[in-house]
Design a binder for this molecule. Structure first.
Ligand SMILES: *[C@@H]1O[C@H](CO)[C@@H](O)[C@H](O)[C@H]1NC(C)=O
Ligand SMILES: *[C@@H]1O[C@H](CO)[C@@H](O)[C@H](O)[C@H]1NC(C)=O
Length: 381
Protein backbone atom coordinates (compact mmCIF):
# COMPACT_ATOMS: atom_id res chain seq x y z
CA UNK A 1 0.00 0.00 0.00
CA UNK A 2 2.72 2.41 0.99
CA UNK A 3 4.55 1.79 -2.27
CA UNK A 4 1.46 1.99 -4.41
CA UNK A 5 0.96 5.46 -2.94
CA UNK A 6 4.52 6.46 -3.80
CA UNK A 7 4.19 5.34 -7.38
CA UNK A 8 0.95 7.25 -7.81
CA UNK A 9 2.71 10.35 -6.55
CA UNK A 10 5.49 9.85 -9.06
CA UNK A 11 2.98 9.46 -11.87
CA UNK A 12 1.13 12.59 -10.82
CA UNK A 13 4.25 14.74 -10.59
CA UNK A 14 6.36 13.93 -13.63
CA UNK A 15 4.52 13.63 -16.88
CA UNK A 16 7.51 12.39 -18.91
CA UNK A 17 8.00 9.59 -16.40
CA UNK A 18 4.31 8.72 -16.55
CA UNK A 19 4.43 7.45 -20.08
CA UNK A 20 7.56 5.42 -19.57
CA UNK A 21 6.34 3.91 -16.32
CA UNK A 22 2.98 2.98 -17.77
CA UNK A 23 4.56 1.56 -20.87
CA UNK A 24 7.28 -0.41 -19.16
CA UNK A 25 5.60 -1.47 -15.94
CA UNK A 26 2.35 -3.28 -16.59
CA UNK A 27 0.37 -6.11 -15.11
CA UNK A 28 -2.12 -8.61 -16.43
CA UNK A 29 -4.05 -11.69 -15.36
CA UNK A 30 -2.92 -14.95 -16.93
CA UNK A 31 -5.64 -17.20 -15.51
CA UNK A 32 -8.65 -16.75 -13.21
CA UNK A 33 -9.74 -20.05 -11.63
CA UNK A 34 -13.45 -20.79 -11.21
CA UNK A 35 -14.69 -20.62 -7.63
CA UNK A 36 -15.38 -24.37 -7.82
CA UNK A 37 -11.64 -25.03 -7.42
CA UNK A 38 -10.40 -25.88 -3.93
CA UNK A 39 -8.87 -22.93 -2.08
CA UNK A 40 -6.18 -21.70 -2.77
CA UNK A 41 -7.21 -22.59 -6.38
CA UNK A 42 -3.87 -21.45 -7.83
CA UNK A 43 -0.41 -21.08 -6.31
CA UNK A 44 3.32 -21.18 -7.05
CA UNK A 45 3.32 -19.87 -10.63
CA UNK A 46 6.39 -20.07 -12.86
CA UNK A 47 7.35 -18.53 -16.20
CA UNK A 48 9.90 -19.18 -18.93
CA UNK A 49 10.96 -17.03 -21.86
CA UNK A 50 12.02 -19.07 -24.87
CA UNK A 51 15.25 -17.89 -26.48
CA UNK A 52 16.43 -20.81 -28.66
CA UNK A 53 15.14 -20.52 -32.26
CA UNK A 54 12.67 -17.93 -30.98
CA UNK A 55 13.57 -14.29 -31.55
CA UNK A 56 10.19 -12.99 -30.43
CA UNK A 57 10.44 -13.85 -26.74
CA UNK A 58 7.54 -16.27 -26.36
CA UNK A 59 6.61 -16.71 -22.69
CA UNK A 60 5.23 -19.87 -21.09
CA UNK A 61 3.66 -20.10 -17.67
CA UNK A 62 2.55 -22.92 -15.37
CA UNK A 63 1.29 -23.26 -11.79
CA UNK A 64 -0.31 -25.48 -9.15
CA UNK A 65 -3.95 -26.05 -10.16
CA UNK A 66 -6.08 -26.92 -7.11
CA UNK A 67 -9.01 -28.70 -8.64
CA UNK A 68 -8.86 -31.96 -6.70
CA UNK A 69 -8.47 -35.44 -8.20
CA UNK A 70 -5.63 -36.28 -10.55
CA UNK A 71 -4.18 -32.85 -11.19
CA UNK A 72 -1.86 -31.56 -13.91
CA UNK A 73 0.26 -28.53 -14.68
CA UNK A 74 -1.47 -26.20 -17.18
CA UNK A 75 0.81 -24.55 -19.76
CA UNK A 76 -0.25 -21.10 -20.97
CA UNK A 77 1.55 -19.08 -23.65
CA UNK A 78 2.00 -15.41 -24.48
CA UNK A 79 3.33 -14.29 -27.86
CA UNK A 80 3.30 -10.57 -27.02
CA UNK A 81 5.74 -10.32 -24.12
CA UNK A 82 3.15 -11.16 -21.49
CA UNK A 83 0.34 -8.78 -22.44
CA UNK A 84 -2.16 -11.55 -23.28
CA UNK A 85 -2.19 -15.29 -22.60
CA UNK A 86 -3.97 -18.37 -23.86
CA UNK A 87 -3.95 -22.08 -22.98
CA UNK A 88 -1.37 -24.12 -24.90
CA UNK A 89 -1.18 -27.58 -23.31
CA UNK A 90 -1.00 -29.43 -20.04
CA UNK A 91 1.60 -31.67 -18.46
CA UNK A 92 -0.13 -34.77 -17.13
CA UNK A 93 1.27 -37.55 -14.97
CA UNK A 94 2.16 -40.33 -17.42
CA UNK A 95 3.60 -42.85 -14.96
CA UNK A 96 2.35 -42.75 -11.34
CA UNK A 97 -1.41 -42.36 -11.74
CA UNK A 98 -1.22 -39.67 -9.02
CA UNK A 99 -1.28 -36.38 -10.87
CA UNK A 100 1.30 -33.61 -11.07
CA UNK A 101 0.31 -31.57 -8.05
CA UNK A 102 2.90 -29.22 -6.57
CA UNK A 103 5.91 -27.05 -7.37
CA UNK A 104 6.49 -27.03 -11.14
CA UNK A 105 9.61 -25.46 -12.65
CA UNK A 106 10.22 -24.79 -16.36
CA UNK A 107 13.67 -24.71 -17.99
CA UNK A 108 14.85 -24.33 -21.60
CA UNK A 109 17.91 -26.29 -22.75
CA UNK A 110 20.34 -23.76 -24.27
CA UNK A 111 22.58 -26.60 -25.54
CA UNK A 112 22.06 -30.15 -26.79
CA UNK A 113 21.96 -32.55 -23.84
CA UNK A 114 21.26 -36.23 -23.37
CA UNK A 115 20.27 -36.70 -27.01
CA UNK A 116 17.84 -33.75 -26.92
CA UNK A 117 18.29 -30.57 -28.94
CA UNK A 118 18.85 -27.09 -27.59
CA UNK A 119 15.42 -25.46 -27.35
CA UNK A 120 13.82 -28.49 -25.74
CA UNK A 121 11.83 -27.51 -22.65
CA UNK A 122 12.11 -29.35 -19.36
CA UNK A 123 9.53 -29.38 -16.59
CA UNK A 124 10.18 -30.84 -13.16
CA UNK A 125 7.43 -31.03 -10.57
CA UNK A 126 6.11 -32.94 -7.61
CA UNK A 127 3.84 -35.88 -8.45
CA UNK A 128 1.64 -36.53 -5.41
CA UNK A 129 -1.55 -38.61 -5.06
CA UNK A 130 -4.78 -36.95 -3.91
CA UNK A 131 -4.34 -38.30 -0.36
CA UNK A 132 -0.85 -36.71 -0.25
CA UNK A 133 0.66 -40.02 0.88
CA UNK A 134 3.86 -39.85 -1.24
CA UNK A 135 6.06 -37.46 -3.23
CA UNK A 136 8.04 -37.94 -6.43
CA UNK A 137 10.01 -35.28 -8.25
CA UNK A 138 9.58 -36.22 -11.91
CA UNK A 139 11.09 -34.81 -15.11
CA UNK A 140 9.19 -34.21 -18.37
CA UNK A 141 10.35 -32.82 -21.73
CA UNK A 142 8.77 -31.02 -24.67
CA UNK A 143 10.59 -31.00 -28.00
CA UNK A 144 7.92 -28.86 -29.71
CA UNK A 145 8.01 -25.63 -27.71
CA UNK A 146 5.56 -26.76 -25.04
CA UNK A 147 2.81 -28.34 -27.16
CA UNK A 148 3.35 -31.96 -26.11
CA UNK A 149 5.16 -33.51 -23.15
CA UNK A 150 6.89 -36.79 -22.44
CA UNK A 151 8.00 -38.36 -19.15
CA UNK A 152 11.78 -38.69 -18.87
CA UNK A 153 12.76 -39.82 -15.38
CA UNK A 154 12.09 -39.97 -11.65
CA UNK A 155 14.61 -37.74 -9.90
CA UNK A 156 13.76 -38.31 -6.23
CA UNK A 157 11.13 -40.17 -4.27
CA UNK A 158 9.93 -39.37 -0.74
CA UNK A 159 7.20 -39.94 1.79
CA UNK A 160 3.99 -38.18 2.74
CA UNK A 161 3.58 -34.60 1.50
CA UNK A 162 3.55 -33.03 4.95
CA UNK A 163 6.08 -30.34 5.90
CA UNK A 164 6.54 -31.67 9.43
CA UNK A 165 9.89 -32.79 10.83
CA UNK A 166 10.19 -36.57 10.87
CA UNK A 167 8.09 -37.03 7.71
CA UNK A 168 10.13 -37.78 4.61
CA UNK A 169 8.86 -35.84 1.58
CA UNK A 170 10.91 -34.18 -1.18
CA UNK A 171 9.88 -30.74 -2.43
CA UNK A 172 10.44 -27.74 -4.68
CA UNK A 173 12.73 -28.72 -7.57
CA UNK A 174 14.84 -26.15 -9.44
CA UNK A 175 16.68 -27.02 -12.67
CA UNK A 176 19.95 -25.71 -14.09
CA UNK A 177 22.51 -26.94 -16.64
CA UNK A 178 26.16 -26.53 -15.70
CA UNK A 179 29.20 -28.26 -17.19
CA UNK A 180 27.16 -30.45 -19.57
CA UNK A 181 24.97 -31.86 -16.82
CA UNK A 182 21.45 -31.08 -15.70
CA UNK A 183 21.26 -30.45 -11.96
CA UNK A 184 18.06 -30.64 -9.94
CA UNK A 185 18.15 -28.75 -6.63
CA UNK A 186 15.42 -29.48 -4.10
CA UNK A 187 14.32 -29.63 -0.44
CA UNK A 188 14.79 -33.03 1.21
CA UNK A 189 13.28 -34.32 4.48
CA UNK A 190 14.55 -37.90 4.16
CA UNK A 191 17.80 -37.53 6.13
CA UNK A 192 17.15 -38.43 9.81
CA UNK A 193 19.84 -35.91 10.81
CA UNK A 194 17.94 -32.94 9.40
CA UNK A 195 14.30 -31.82 9.63
CA UNK A 196 14.90 -30.56 6.10
CA UNK A 197 18.01 -29.82 4.03
CA UNK A 198 18.79 -28.63 0.51
CA UNK A 199 20.42 -31.04 -1.92
CA UNK A 200 20.96 -31.67 -5.61
CA UNK A 201 21.34 -34.57 -8.00
CA UNK A 202 22.90 -34.50 -11.48
CA UNK A 203 22.48 -36.27 -14.82
CA UNK A 204 24.20 -36.34 -18.20
CA UNK A 205 21.44 -38.17 -20.09
CA UNK A 206 18.30 -36.76 -18.38
CA UNK A 207 17.50 -40.28 -17.17
CA UNK A 208 20.13 -41.64 -14.77
CA UNK A 209 20.59 -39.42 -11.73
CA UNK A 210 23.59 -39.22 -9.39
CA UNK A 211 23.32 -39.83 -5.68
CA UNK A 212 22.23 -36.97 -3.40
CA UNK A 213 24.72 -34.16 -2.69
CA UNK A 214 24.13 -31.82 0.29
CA UNK A 215 23.97 -28.08 -0.46
CA UNK A 216 22.54 -26.49 2.72
CA UNK A 217 22.58 -28.43 6.00
CA UNK A 218 22.38 -27.25 9.60
CA UNK A 219 23.67 -29.08 12.69
CA UNK A 220 20.42 -28.08 14.44
CA UNK A 221 17.92 -30.81 13.44
CA UNK A 222 14.95 -28.40 13.60
CA UNK A 223 16.36 -26.04 10.94
CA UNK A 224 14.42 -26.22 7.69
CA UNK A 225 16.26 -24.50 4.81
CA UNK A 226 13.91 -24.67 1.81
CA UNK A 227 12.97 -23.53 -1.69
CA UNK A 228 16.33 -23.19 -3.46
CA UNK A 229 16.63 -21.08 -6.62
CA UNK A 230 19.89 -20.15 -8.35
CA UNK A 231 21.22 -17.52 -10.76
CA UNK A 232 24.59 -16.97 -12.38
CA UNK A 233 25.86 -13.44 -11.74
CA UNK A 234 27.95 -11.00 -13.81
CA UNK A 235 31.21 -12.17 -12.25
CA UNK A 236 30.45 -15.75 -13.30
CA UNK A 237 29.70 -16.94 -9.76
CA UNK A 238 26.43 -18.57 -8.76
CA UNK A 239 24.06 -17.32 -6.07
CA UNK A 240 21.48 -19.54 -4.37
CA UNK A 241 18.69 -18.01 -2.28
CA UNK A 242 16.58 -20.06 0.12
CA UNK A 243 14.24 -19.61 3.05
CA UNK A 244 15.67 -20.55 6.44
CA UNK A 245 12.65 -21.93 8.27
CA UNK A 246 12.48 -23.87 11.53
CA UNK A 247 15.06 -21.83 13.40
CA UNK A 248 15.32 -18.51 11.56
CA UNK A 249 11.81 -17.20 10.83
CA UNK A 250 11.99 -18.37 7.19
CA UNK A 251 14.30 -15.38 6.59
CA UNK A 252 15.90 -15.23 3.16
CA UNK A 253 19.54 -16.37 3.13
CA UNK A 254 21.94 -16.92 0.26
CA UNK A 255 25.17 -18.64 -0.63
CA UNK A 256 27.64 -17.77 -3.41
CA UNK A 257 29.96 -20.28 -5.09
CA UNK A 258 32.11 -20.56 -8.21
CA UNK A 259 31.02 -24.20 -8.64
CA UNK A 260 27.25 -24.78 -8.44
CA UNK A 261 27.79 -28.45 -7.63
CA UNK A 262 29.52 -27.44 -4.38
CA UNK A 263 27.72 -25.32 -1.78
CA UNK A 264 27.81 -27.17 1.53
CA UNK A 265 31.01 -25.55 2.81
CA UNK A 266 29.87 -22.00 2.02
CA UNK A 267 28.46 -20.10 5.01
CA UNK A 268 24.99 -18.64 4.45
CA UNK A 269 24.46 -14.85 4.49
CA UNK A 270 21.13 -13.23 5.37
CA UNK A 271 19.62 -10.95 2.72
CA UNK A 272 19.00 -7.60 4.40
CA UNK A 273 18.27 -4.49 2.34
CA UNK A 274 20.01 -1.16 2.87
CA UNK A 275 16.77 0.16 4.36
CA UNK A 276 16.87 -2.59 7.00
CA UNK A 277 14.14 -4.80 5.52
CA UNK A 278 14.74 -8.52 6.03
CA UNK A 279 12.49 -10.38 3.56
CA UNK A 280 11.24 -13.83 4.51
CA UNK A 281 9.53 -16.89 3.02
CA UNK A 282 9.68 -18.54 -0.41
CA UNK A 283 12.31 -16.40 -2.17
CA UNK A 284 13.20 -16.52 -5.87
CA UNK A 285 16.30 -15.15 -7.60
CA UNK A 286 17.33 -14.20 -11.12
CA UNK A 287 19.97 -12.04 -12.83
CA UNK A 288 19.83 -9.59 -15.72
CA UNK A 289 22.80 -8.12 -17.65
CA UNK A 290 21.19 -4.69 -17.29
CA UNK A 291 22.72 -2.63 -14.54
CA UNK A 292 22.98 1.11 -15.10
CA UNK A 293 22.52 3.06 -11.88
CA UNK A 294 20.21 5.65 -13.46
CA UNK A 295 18.58 6.61 -16.71
CA UNK A 296 16.47 4.33 -18.83
CA UNK A 297 18.79 3.43 -21.69
CA UNK A 298 19.21 -0.11 -20.50
CA UNK A 299 23.00 -0.01 -20.53
CA UNK A 300 24.73 -3.28 -19.80
CA UNK A 301 27.43 -3.25 -17.16
CA UNK A 302 29.90 -5.90 -16.14
CA UNK A 303 28.01 -6.72 -12.96
CA UNK A 304 24.47 -6.53 -14.24
CA UNK A 305 21.77 -6.79 -11.57
CA UNK A 306 20.90 -9.63 -9.23
CA UNK A 307 17.15 -9.55 -8.50
CA UNK A 308 15.41 -11.41 -5.66
CA UNK A 309 12.00 -11.38 -3.99
CA UNK A 310 10.11 -13.13 -1.19
CA UNK A 311 6.57 -13.73 0.08
CA UNK A 312 6.88 -11.13 2.86
CA UNK A 313 6.34 -8.17 0.52
CA UNK A 314 5.82 -7.18 -3.11
CA UNK A 315 9.24 -5.58 -3.55
CA UNK A 316 12.22 -6.63 -5.60
CA UNK A 317 15.63 -6.72 -3.91
CA UNK A 318 18.30 -5.67 -6.41
CA UNK A 319 22.06 -5.95 -6.07
CA UNK A 320 24.48 -4.45 -8.61
CA UNK A 321 27.58 -5.70 -6.80
CA UNK A 322 27.41 -9.46 -7.32
CA UNK A 323 25.53 -10.19 -4.10
CA UNK A 324 27.65 -7.99 -1.80
CA UNK A 325 25.76 -8.19 1.53
CA UNK A 326 25.74 -4.38 1.90
CA UNK A 327 24.40 -3.67 -1.59
CA UNK A 328 20.78 -4.92 -1.58
CA UNK A 329 18.31 -2.18 -2.52
CA UNK A 330 14.58 -2.61 -2.18
CA UNK A 331 12.47 -1.31 -5.07
CA UNK A 332 8.71 -1.20 -5.24
CA UNK A 333 6.51 -3.14 -7.65
CA UNK A 334 2.76 -3.20 -8.11
CA UNK A 335 2.67 -6.92 -7.21
CA UNK A 336 1.45 -7.87 -3.78
CA UNK A 337 3.52 -10.33 -1.78
CA UNK A 338 2.66 -13.76 -3.20
CA UNK A 339 3.74 -17.22 -2.09
CA UNK A 340 6.74 -18.41 -4.10
CA UNK A 341 6.23 -16.07 -7.04
CA UNK A 342 8.79 -16.48 -9.76
CA UNK A 343 11.15 -14.02 -11.42
CA UNK A 344 12.43 -14.12 -14.99
CA UNK A 345 14.22 -11.74 -17.33
CA UNK A 346 11.80 -10.35 -19.91
CA UNK A 347 12.13 -9.75 -23.64
CA UNK A 348 13.76 -6.44 -22.88
CA UNK A 349 16.28 -7.50 -20.25
CA UNK A 350 15.58 -4.48 -18.07
CA UNK A 351 12.06 -5.80 -17.50
CA UNK A 352 11.74 -8.40 -14.76
CA UNK A 353 8.74 -10.67 -15.24
CA UNK A 354 7.07 -11.45 -11.91
CA UNK A 355 4.55 -14.28 -12.17
CA UNK A 356 2.60 -15.37 -9.11
CA UNK A 357 -0.31 -17.62 -8.20
CA UNK A 358 -1.46 -15.76 -5.09
CA UNK A 359 -1.33 -16.31 -1.33
CA UNK A 360 -1.18 -19.49 0.77
CA UNK A 361 -4.83 -20.26 1.59
CA UNK A 362 -5.85 -17.25 -0.52
CA UNK A 363 -9.56 -17.02 -1.34
CA UNK A 364 -9.13 -14.83 -4.40
CA UNK A 365 -6.00 -16.20 -6.02
CA UNK A 366 -5.42 -15.69 -9.72
CA UNK A 367 -2.30 -16.25 -11.81
CA UNK A 368 -0.89 -12.83 -12.64
CA UNK A 369 2.07 -11.15 -14.30
CA UNK A 370 3.75 -7.91 -13.27
CA UNK A 371 6.55 -6.47 -15.43
CA UNK A 372 8.98 -4.22 -13.53
CA UNK A 373 11.76 -2.17 -15.08
CA UNK A 374 14.81 -2.52 -12.85
CA UNK A 375 16.98 -0.16 -14.84
CA UNK A 376 15.18 3.17 -15.11
CA UNK A 377 14.21 3.11 -11.47
CA UNK A 378 12.03 6.20 -11.91
CA UNK A 379 10.57 5.66 -8.52
CA UNK A 380 12.98 3.36 -6.81
CA UNK A 381 14.86 4.32 -3.73
C1 LIG B 1 -7.46 -27.65 -13.35
O1 LIG B 1 -7.94 -28.97 -13.10
C2 LIG B 1 -9.33 -29.16 -13.40
C3 LIG B 1 -9.80 -30.58 -13.03
O2 LIG B 1 -8.81 -31.49 -12.82
C4 LIG B 1 -9.60 -28.97 -14.84
O3 LIG B 1 -10.99 -29.08 -15.09
C5 LIG B 1 -9.09 -27.61 -15.25
O4 LIG B 1 -9.19 -27.51 -16.64
C6 LIG B 1 -7.64 -27.40 -14.82
N1 LIG B 1 -7.26 -26.06 -15.15
C7 LIG B 1 -6.40 -25.80 -16.12
C8 LIG B 1 -6.11 -24.37 -16.35
O5 LIG B 1 -5.85 -26.69 -16.76
C1 LIG C 1 30.67 -4.62 -9.35
O1 LIG C 1 30.73 -5.51 -8.26
C2 LIG C 1 31.89 -5.37 -7.47
C3 LIG C 1 31.82 -6.43 -6.39
O2 LIG C 1 31.82 -7.71 -6.98
C4 LIG C 1 31.98 -3.98 -6.88
O3 LIG C 1 33.20 -3.83 -6.17
C5 LIG C 1 31.88 -2.94 -7.97
O4 LIG C 1 31.79 -1.66 -7.38
C6 LIG C 1 30.66 -3.19 -8.82
N1 LIG C 1 30.60 -2.25 -9.92
C7 LIG C 1 29.61 -1.36 -10.04
C8 LIG C 1 29.67 -0.47 -11.24
O5 LIG C 1 28.70 -1.26 -9.25
Amino acid sequence: MKFLHLSILAIACVSYTVASILKRDFSTTIFTPPSSYQVPRTLYARSLMLTVNDASGTLLSTWENYSGGVTWFPIYRSSNHGQTWSPLSKVTDQVNGWGLRYQPILYELKQDLGGYKAGSILLAGNSIPADLSATKIDLYISTDKGLTWKFLSHIAEGGEADPVNGKTPVWEPFLMVYNNQLHCYYSDQRDPKHGQKLVHQSTSDLKAWSSVVDDVTDSDYTARPGMPTIAQMGNGKYIMTFEYCGTRNCDVYYKITTDPTSWDNVAPTQLIARDGTAPYSSPFITWTPIGAQSGSSGAKTANGTVVANAYSDGSLYVNKQNGDPNAWTRISTSSPGQYSRSLAVGFNPKDIVIVGGGALNGNNNVVSLYARDVNGCSYCT
